[in-house]
Design a protein around this ligand. Structure first.
Ligand code: ADP
Ligand SMILES: O=C(O)C[C@@H](O)[C@H](O)C(=O)COP(=O)(O)O
Length: 326
């Protein structure tokens, strides 16, 4: 039995060393390759937290695949469901940051090993034998066959009461046609919506009404992550905010996935959602302090050390805007 299973892309990530460095001129230094892919980052962190985890994904028979398999295995992820294909090479993400904090990606995804993953690669028994299925929106939009694989898994999870966790993690560079139908189905089904605030705005604009509808349909946990501004959490009966931990941000990529892995691992262990959110924020702060999307992933001892140094960071109850309307 797995605590958490995820399905999606494994990538090798290449990072531009300097801000505003572009990819159309010679001369800039590139850092990496870093193990990456949003589902891989989250599942790596969940395993580091002690959860029993696996990832269903495809890599090529190449060094980028090996880089990722080695990293995930050393963190404790069961890598036996990573398929090696001879038909394509491991996917890539090239990332560059601008001085205003925005980032741009060039992906090699749809026609890479990760994009080959299809419904035939999804074993229903694996999904049924998991407590939580965690899905990232970027995976849903990455390739048509991966979308079909993920939707098959979502429907199996729903049928067998496996909890569904969804982080929309929208990457404009990966958006394709069918996306909104899939997103709507996953949003309706999910038990955990672990979303970045900017993604909520992209999905819904002014999102309060949509969150109310989601809570009316199901008592779920909605986490809104907002970078250095912290995290808001809503359920039908609870609403609270958790502030951030001091850190020096050198690379924001991966913080949200790292939050997800931490939060879900602790939830599976029976930890209350206020504590799990605080630990998630601490993990996010540690994540942004290292270059590379999962280089800042951490074990629980590092999180507890950061928390013990910052006793004033607590979950603070706020008025629940939804309770009166439900
Ligand atoms: N600069 C930062 N300083 C402190 N904590 C941060 C910082 N950036 C991210 N975090 C923590 O990591 C969490 C997840 O990061 P965020 O960027 O909001 O996720 P996402 O990528 O899903 O939008 C945040 O809610 C916050 O607690
Ligand atoms: O998997 C992808 O398609 C994108 C990843 O390469 C990237 O690392 C990412 O999206 C990280 O997400 P974040 O946690 O929201 O920064």
């Amino acid at each position: 039995m797995y605590d958490i299973i995820t399905i999606g892309e494994i990538l090798a990530e290449i990072l531009a060393e300097k801000k505003n460095q572009n990819f159309f001129e010679l001369g800039g230094t590139l850092l990496g390759p870093f193990p990456s892919g949003a589902p891989a980052i989250a599942i790596d962190q969940a395993a580091k937290m002690g959860a029993k985890t696996t990832i269903v994904a495809k890599v090529g028979k190449d060094d980028f695949g090996l880089l990722n398999k080695n990293r995930l295995e050393s963190s404790g992820v069961d890598i036996s469901n990573i398929i090696e294909t001879s038909d394509n090479t491991t996917g890539n993400a090239f990332v560059t940051y601008a001085t205003d904090g925005s980032r741009r990606f060039i992906f090699h995804f749809k026609h890479a090993a990760c994009g080959e993953l299809g419904p035939h690669d999804i074993d229903d028994a694996l999904i049924k034998n998991s407590k939580i299925l965690h899905i990232m929106g970027c995976s849903v939009t990455g390739s048509p066959s991966m979308s079909a694989a993920i939707m098959k898994a979502i429907r199996t999870a729903k049928k067998h009461n496996v909890k569904i966790s969804f982080d929309p993690n929208i990457r404009p560079e990966l958006l394709t046609g069918e996306t909104s139908n899939y997103f709507n189905e996953i949003l309706e089904s999910c038990d955990f919506l672990l979303t970045g605030k900017s993604e909520l705005v992209k999905l819904f604009g002014a999102y309060q009404k949509n969150l109310l509808e989601l809570l009316k349909k199901k008592d779920r946990i909605i986490v809104i992550k907002d970078g250095s501004r912290g995290t808001d959490v809503y359920t039908r009966s609870e609403a609270f905010q958790v502030g951030t931990f001091p850190t020096i941000e050198v690379d924001p990529t991966g913080a949200g996935d790292c939050f997800d892995g931490t939060f879900l691992a602790l939830y599976c262990n029976g930890v209350d959602i206020k504590t799990a959110s605080k630990y998630g924020n601490a993990a996010g702060a540690l994540a942004v302090s290292k270059k590379g999307p999962m280089e800042g992933n951490c074990r629980i001892e590092e999180i507890e050390h950061l928390i013990s140094e910052n006793p004033s960071v607590e979950a603070v109850d706020i008025e629940n805007p939804f309770t009166k309307l439900l």
